[in-house]
Design a protein around this ligand. Structure first.
Ligand SMILES: O=P(O)(O)OC[C@H]1O[C@H](O[C@H]2O[C@H](CO)[C@@H](O)[C@H](O)[C@H]2O)[C@H](O)[C@@H](O)[C@@H]1O
Length: 331
């Protein structure tokens, strides 16, 4: 049996360098930066196109708000970043869209003034909004700690029993491979190979493929030293971004301005949506040249922090400038 197409598209993990390791010289990075300018250097220009519009901020978690580390359970966000995200959340509707489970990403972030989407957007907690009858499936009502009405949308809900079976099979079949870490992300799962020895990578890939072959309604995607198995439904971070805009009452507004920051391949789905809308800014976090649909870039999480701090400062500055009336006095 041939490889499913989804596997064939992936780089062979045995010899692929992960996205954060591909070598680059400073010359090629400089020329790449001309096409994807630093969002810090281009900040004033970027924000001049956003002024007066309804900005909504979308953030990825790993590699964006927390640095990439060997142990996925130790990918903590620091307090400065938490406080910057909190500030941004006070200024604009802000959401985190992560590949992690929604509970796990909330555990890391611990902020109550933002929205969360886990499992690459397949588990969204959003403000309650009118649902069209055809969309009402897989929605559950919820209430937050302040009593605000929310809705949880889980379009892959029907796959849950099969997801559990796949996880069990993956754990059984990879049990003999040292360093493998299988992470339960609720509606998808990650097979981490960051700590697997080079000599075992082919075996790992074969075992993952053998499990996938038994579950034709699932597909394989890849990220930073991770293989991800998820239901083959037409839903990704781009759909989650649109869903959140909709539930925030911003979907049909011509002056809505999404800003999305992310570092990995699954974020490209959201970058694509922003590109298609021809409204908003997409920012990739990388210190090496990468093929991307994002328009701007930030080098690492420390630059993300600076950008978020500046974004909150910009909002406060423009708000206070606008509240000065024609006589130059504050209203
Ligand atoms: O969409 P994201 O929030 O970026 O989640 C994507 C995956 O991120 C995590 O894995 C990555 O970060 C780990 C911690 O730094 C690192 O050890 C791993 O190699 C990276 O791939 C997370 O653990 C995965 O489940 C997410 O799918």
């Amino acid at each position: 049996m041939g490889f499913p197409k989804s596997i064939a598209r992936l780089k062979p993990i045995s010899n692929a360098k992960s996205d954060e390791e591909e070598s680059s010289d400073s010359h090629s990075y400089d020329s790449w930066l001309k096409k994807h300018p630093s969002a810090l250097d281009a900040f004033d220009r970027m924000m001049s196109t956003a002024e007066g519009r309804k900005i909504a901020v979308f953030l990825d978690y790993d590699g964006t708000l927390s640095p990439i580390v060997d142990d996925p359970d130790a990918a903590f966000m620091n307090d400065k970043m938490r406080s910057a995200v909190r500030e941004v959340g006070c200024c604009f509707p802000t959401s985190i869209i992560s590949g992690r489970s929604r509970d796990k990403v909330y555990e890391f972030v611990q902020l109550d003034n933002i929205y969360y989407a886990g499992s690459h957007g397949m588990d969204i907690m959003a403000p309650l909004h009118p649902l069209r009858p055809k969309d009402s499936k897989h929605h559950t009502r919820a209430v937050d700690w302040k009593g605000n009405k929310l809705v949880i949308y889980q379009p892959a809900h029907d796959f849950l029993p099969e997801i559990k079976q796949i996880q069990n099979s993956l754990r059984e079949r990879t049990a003999g491979i040292k360093g493998v870490n299988i992470e339960d992300n609720n509606f998808c799962m990650s097979v981490h190979f960051r700590n697997v020895m080079q000599k075992d990578l082919i075996t790992l890939k074969e075992q993952v493929e053998s499990v996938l072959e038994e579950h034709p309604h699932f597909r394989l995607t890849g990220g930073k030293k991770v293989l991800e198995l998820r239901p083959s439904i037409e839903w990704d971070k781009g759909h989650a971004l649109e869903y959140l805009l909709d539930s925030l009452g911003l979907a049909n507004s011509n002056d809505v301005f999404p800003i999305y920051i992310g570092d990995d391949r699954s974020d490209e789905d959201a970058f694509k949506v922003i590109q298609q809308r021809a409204q908003g800014h997409s920012i990739i976090v990388t210190s090496i040249p990468r093929d991307t649909k994002a328009s701007y870039s930030l080098g690492d999480t420390s630059e993300v922090l600076l950008f978020l701090e500046r974004l909150a400062w910009w909002k406060k500055k423009t708000t206070s400038a606008n509240s000065i009336n024609i006589n130059g006095t504050r209203e």
